[in-house]
Write a new protein. Structure first.
Length: 208
């Protein structure tokens, strides 16, 4: 209940500098030797995740949000010396999130499934994260409207970046790289713009 109350207690007031007092961490999934999934026509998840993340950052910054990124380049965040590079990478992401002390964390991924017909964007929150559920639902509803995503609500997701984050957090699977038509769409500027507008609209409703 505390989290729920907290979520609605933000007052969005844009200062003279344009900063509206809200910090969002954007987390582009995968990176470096971890490419994530690969599309049927060769799209590499880590690359398109970063492209979507940077486009969303631009939109949010221009609207007055302070945005911190976990990953700014193609490289992963793991130490080369680490035995378990996945954990090293995830721990580095959590450190950046903690330092930013954000109002919201959004992790960007692309989906993949054995059946090529699976399609659509979906949003996830960690079990018990009431604020995460609210923002996940709002972003999902917005994605349904802007992109015709088939799902209607955010879902509970078992992801490290959600489970380990104390902060309100949402993971977005933007679409399926295993679906040839969706992979093509995800690579168009038009679809990217619609996605960014949809997520931005969901964020605006949450903090508004
Ligand atoms: Zn992924």
């Amino acid at each position: 209940m505390f989290l729920l109350t907290f979520a609605f207690s933000h007052i969005v007031a844009v200062s003279a500098s344009g900063y509206n007092g809200i910090t969002i961490v954007l987390d582009a999934g995968h990176g470096g030797r971890d490419g994530g999934s690969v599309g049927v026509n060769g799209t590499i998840e880590k690359e398109i995740n970063l492209k979507y993340t940077l486009a969303l950052k631009e939109k949010l910054v221009s609207a007055g949000y302070r945005v911190e990124l976990t990953r700014k380049t193609d490289d992963g965040l793991y130490l080369e010396s680490a035995k378990n590079k996945k954990m090293s990478d995830l721990n580095a992401r959590m450190e950046i999130i903690k330092r930013a002390n954000p109002n919201l964390v959004i992790s960007i991924h692309m989906n993949s499934f054995s059946s090529p017909s699976a399609h659509g964007a979906s949003t996830y929150y960690r079990s018990g994260d009431e604020s995460g559920q609210i923002v996940s639902d709002l972003i999902q509803q917005s994605l349904n409207t802007y992109l015709g995503a088939p799902s209607t609500k955010g879902k509970v997701g078992d992801y490290y970046i959600l489970n380990e984050s104390y902060y309100t957090a949402v993971l977005i699977e933007c679409g399926f790289l295993s679906n040839p038509e969706e992979e093509r769409l995800l690579n168009t500027d038009e679809y990217l713009k619609k996605f960014v507008d949809a997520v931005y609209n969901g964020i605006l409703l949450y903090f508004g």
